[in-house]
Design a protein around this ligand. Structure first.
Ligand code: NI
Length: 385
């Protein structure tokens, strides 16, 4: 075990130094391939930089269980102060995907060393989780999940204590939609507002009114976020703006909430603009769906960790994950691996993001036990769907 622990840190730090954007994880993919081939595994490339390999159990036929790790970094200049910081200017593993890859490499090695199970393990290294194009969608379209009976995966979480795993049945992570609203008013002189249709005033009212969807149009028992992240308008202090644009994100867990937000957003934006004799156009894009864990899989996985890895039951996260696309295809679950570092905790996607490497062996234990319990109890997967 001591050697595995050292290797986990080596793999993680080596990958941390070479973060790359989605579908361009060229060095990352080569590194992962070399390690897997060093284990004696054959690996195939999917979706440009993704990798898929299989471990065949020695106890004959059985289910095929996929284990997933994502591979991409983020366009950030690293400021974590870690000795193994990014060597790629303007790119950083600020979400912990380097941890996920190291954990999956360690899991592969542990399962290869004790392949006394029925069925097969499919290792899925997925490019481009952060988007804009989803790597999960690309892998599914290229058939990387064909023949798979169940899937498990994890995400390191800097807010949860290192050495623990947070898991829950049902809603785990939210869907992520985006929207753009364009306001068309009438420009004019700053001293004569009555002759114009002030697009900035109208856009401001739309921003405020949109906040009433969550507070007054949805049941308080339905978690939902509507955030305007960008507003753009105006040219000079003495000109009344003719047009304004804004964009934002919507997070929901249910189809009812998603449909309500879309419908009310269009109604509120167009009505607010109409009130001023102006026009608003709304473009609403449905993004990745919510991550909904299968109860029987979570129950079996939690039972398999009992006495070895401490588990907790978190609230659902309003962040999103394209892992949900896999769960729309096959039964499975997705859990959070606690990775809270010593000292100040920074959120994911921060240039100061750090995690505790104590989570690495715990992640391996979690994945190995999750995989083995599903291989041994295929009835769990049948009950999940
Ligand atoms: Ni992530």
């Amino acid at each position: 075990m001591a050697r595995l622990d050292t290797d986990l840190v080596t793999w993680r730090r080596s990958l941390h130094e070479i973060p790359e954007p989605g579908f361009a994880e060229v060095k990352t993919s080569a590194y992962v391939r070399e390690v897997l081939e060093g284990f004696g595994l054959r690996v195939k490339t999917y979706a440009k930089t993704g990798l898929v390999g299989e471990i065949v159990g020695k106890r004959g036929s059985g289910p095929v269980i996929a284990l997933r790790a994502d591979m991409d970094g983020l366009p950030l200049q690293e400021a974590s102060g870690e000795s193994f910081s990014s060597r790629h200017p303007g790119m950083m593993h600020a979400c912990g995907h380097d941890i996920h890859m190291a954990v999956l490499l360690g899991t592969a090695r542990a399962l290869l060393a004790q392949a006394d199970f029925p069925g097969r393990i499919r290792l899925v290294f997925q490019p481009s989780e952060e988007g804009p194009e989803s790597g999960a969608r690309a892998l599914i379209e290229e058939g990387a999940l064909t023949g798979v009976d169940g899937i498990i995966g994890l995400h390191v979480w800097s807010h949860e204590p290192a050495g623990t795993v947070a898991m829950r049945a049902g809603a785990m992570m939210a869907s992520a939609d985006t929207f753009e609203i364009e306001v068309e008013g009438r420009g004019g002189h700053g001293s004569e507002p009555h002759t114009a249709r002030d697009a900035i005033l109208i856009a401001s009212q739309i921003v405020v009114n949109l906040q009433q969807i969550v507070s007054r149009r949805l049941t308080p028992l339905e978690p939902c976020v509507v955030s305007v992240g960008r507003v753009e308008a105006g040219a000079a202090s003495n000109i009344i703006a003719e047009s304004a644009r804004m964009s934002g994100t919507v997070r929901t867990f249910s189809a009812v909430a998603q449909e309500t937000v879309e419908r009310e957003m269009i109604r509120i934006a167009t009505a607010t603009a109409a009130m001023h004799g102006a026009r608003a156009d709304v473009r609403y894009h449905r993004g990745v769906p919510a991550v909904i864990n299968d109860g029987p899989v979570i129950d079996a996985w939690r039972a398999a960790l009992r006495g070895t890895v401490a588990t907790s039951e978190p609230l659902p996260a309003m962040a999103s994950e394209d892992y949900s696309l896999y769960l729309n295809q096959v039964p499975g679950a997705f859990v959070f691996l606690g990775g809270r570092p010593e000292g100040e905790v920074f959120p994911h996607h921060s240039p100061h993001f750090r995690v505790s490497e104590d989570c690495l062996p715990v992640g391996v234990e979690t994945m190995v036990r999750g995989a083995r319990t599903l291989l041994a109890h295929p009835d769990v997967l049948e009950r999940a769907r």
